[in-house]
Design a protein around this ligand. Structure first.
Ligand SMILES: [Cu+2]
Length: 135
């Protein structure tokens, strides 16, 4: 009975997660700014303070840092993940629908920590990847 309950719970949980192959993006933290990279139509596109992702599918964020420990957090899209110098951490996030979501550094990282915020723009999957400069 326990196995059946667990099986049903796993099946139900799996169904509410966005499916399909994960898109990979990069998030790099340093005092006190986030730099992001996503794959554009003509190669990688780097942005500062704004992360572009497709809506409706899983996104793996590869998280790095160059000075002290920071933490990547977009409360509406998933959990937190530390950004640690010398390491690359992976965090899966997903936006159910297109929109703009607030993100922040969730680990005290010095004087301007409180200003280390960013935006995530989740695009209509039909318009992914975005043309450079378009939002
Ligand atoms: Cu911080």
């Amino acid at each position: 009975m326990l196995a059946l309950t667990l099986g049903v719970a796993l099946w139900a949980g799996e169904r509410i997660l966005p499916h399909g192959p994960a898109v990979e993006v990069r998030a790099h933290a340093r005092q006190w700014v986030w730099t992001f990279t996503h794959e554009g139509p003509d190669g990688p596109v780097e942005t500062e303070g704004v992360l572009h992702i497709p809506a409706g599918q899983p996104v793996d964020v590869l998280i790095t840092a160059s000075d002290v420990i920071h933490s990547f957090w977009v409360p509406q899209l998933g959990g937190k993940m530390d950004a640690i110098p010398g390491r690359q951490n992976r965090l899966r996030i997903a936006a159910d629908r297109p929109g703009t979501y607030e993100g922040l550094c969730a680990e005290f990282c010095g004087l301007e920590h409180g200003a280390m915020r960013f935006e995530v723009i989740a695009h209509d999957p039909a318009l992914w990847p975005p043309r450079e400069g378009s939002q």
